[in-house]
Ligand binder design. Structure first.
Ligand code: SF4
Length: 476
């Protein structure tokens, strides 16, 4: 979006108004693929029946089904894989212009203001990979041979601080991707085949981007990557994520800093100390564990199990008191027995996660588990997923009750999508978009709240996942 905006395109969220339609796709599980294909077909109708002249498909579905998309959906004019982002301009038929001094714009509505046009020297370098990635490549981890139509070259692209961005997350909050790709061997996952080998953005590039974001008004930064806890290993950094957090936390004006997607055995003492040390690093850890039964985890090629995870969680809670923990699990992995599910449920009961997601196993071609026997029937998978969610619902309800009476700092996010009588907000214990909500039903001393401002508030009511709060004062 940033590249298009900077090159002169006017962006609109209304497909019926657009001349060029871009569908950004996902393809890591079946439901994501289906949603992507449905959206492409819906947009194709705007071309055949509406005013759109061009349809571009971008993202992971292109990495997987490049030729197939063009063959089966003739309305598609161009495809742009995850490794060729900058070719979006050529696909759209727009001439590139030099990179801007300030590469950020905020997506506020239909039209956007243009940034400055002076060029900065390009700093993008081909990444050097980790030995682990090279080793896994030799073992065939990234192969796409059976994927007809996939480009044989793995993506190597990384954006840098000079790449124009258009923030679609408002003025206050922004995601910053610190690394791309993944070298882990998880047998249910095709993300490494789609995104390529693990590679980190340069340390200075991330810091420069974060500084500019904060200078332009952003107050919350969420660091992302397929595996954030490996950050810097390919750059020769030890405890790279902790070093990066340490540096970013010094940015004046940055109120909340967090990272998502920690790999369980990469949570070091230094990382925890860093989270504990800085007031502006959110006391929040997202660590997808995928399962708790050692047998299933072994078959997933992730290792460990409930006992080790409980020790890790104990260490995390001791180092950062009050930290909110999020995880996600997959149920129905091939060979998963009723006993494995019992181990998982016992673990969930004992671990008391603040936030938890459960995914049904999706059997992906190209993933190691695809060829495994003892597949679990779909109905059993669904029943296991529902049971685990129900169990967590009770745990969450009890935990949220303990929030009542607590004073928290809230980021006001605007009127509730459910009713205009309430506003919604988040605390440092809620990552953007994925966790429960804080509904604000009492503005306290204020007639109106301001979106993107921080307030002190008292939690007055608790539900299963959400809580209700009363604003007390502004949080300075
Ligand atoms: S660590 Fe995450 S992205 Fe990497 S292979 Fe495992 S599940 Fe996939």
């Amino acid at each position: 979006m940033g590249l298009l905006d900077h090159a002169g395109a006017r962006l609109t969220g209304r497909p019926e108004d657009a001349e060029i339609l871009v569908v950004n796709t996902c393809s890591f599980i079946d439901t994501a693929k289906q949603e992507s294909v449905d959206t492409i077909l819906e947009m194709a109708r705007h071309k055949t029946e509406g005013r759109a002249k061009k349809l571009i498909v971008a993202g992971c579905l292109v990495e997987r089904y490049r030729d197939e998309i063009r063959k089966s959906i003739p309305e598609v004019d161009a495809v742009v894989g995850t490794g060729e982002l900058e070719s979006i301009l050529e696909a759209a038929g727009i001439a590139p212009i030099p990179k801007p001094v300030s590469p950020f714009n905020i997506l506020t509505g239909v039209a956007t203001a243009r940034s400055g046009q002076e060029s900065l020297a390009g700093t993008h370098k081909e990444p050097a990979f980790r030995a682990e990635g090279d080793h896994r490549e030799q073992q065939g981890r990234f192969t796409r041979e059976e994927w007809q139509g996939a480009a044989h070259m793995l993506p190597t692209y990384l954006y840098d601080e000079t790449t124009p961005r258009l923030l679609s997350t408002g003025r206050t909050s922004a995601y910053v991707k610190i690394a791309e790709g993944c070298d882990h061997p998880c047998t249910f996952c095709v993300i490494p085949n789609l995104r390529g080998k693990f590679r980190s953005r340069r340390f200075e590039s991330v810091v420069a981007e974060a500084q500019r974001l904060v200078a332009s008004g952003v107050r919350e930064i969420t660091l992302i990557g397929q595996d954030t806890t490996c950050y810097g290993e390919d750059l020769g950094l030890k405890d790279g994520l902790a070093l990066l957090l340490d540096e970013l936390a010094k940015i004046e004006g940055l109120r909340w800093l967090r990272f998502l997607y920690a790999y369980p055995n990469r949570i070091t003492g230094r990382l925890l100390e860093t989270i504990a040390k800085h007031n502006n690093i959110c006391k929040y850890l997202d660590v997808p564990l995928q399962h708790a039964s050692p047998a299933v985890l072994k078959s997933m090629k992730r290792g460990a199990g409930a006992e080790i995870f409980l020790k890790t969680l104990g260490k995390v809670r001791a180092a950062v008191p009050g930290i909110a923990l999020r995880t996600s699990f997959i149920v129905g992995f091939p060979g998963e027995t009723a006993e494995d599910v019992r181990v998982l449920e016992d673990f969930v009961e004992e671990a008391r996660f603040d936030w938890l997601g459960v995914f049904s196993y999706s059997d992906e071609e190209g993933a190691g588990a695809h060829g495994m026997t003892r597949k679990v029937p779909k109905r059993t998978i669904e029943a296991r997923r529902k049971r685990l969610m129900k169990l967590q619902q009770g745990i969450s309800k009890r935990a949220k009750q303990e929030w009542v009476g607590r004073e928290v700092v809230l980021l006001a996010e605007g009127e509730s999508s459910e009713t205009e009588l309430l506003w919604e907000g988040r605390t440092e214990f809620h990552a953007p978009e994925i966790d429960g909500k804080v509904y604000i039903n009492d503005f306290g001393p204020f007639e109106n709240l301001e979106k993107g401002r921080f307030y002190r508030a008292e939690i007055t009511e608790a539900h299963e996942y959400d809580v209700v709060a009363r604003v007390v004062s502004e949080a300075l």
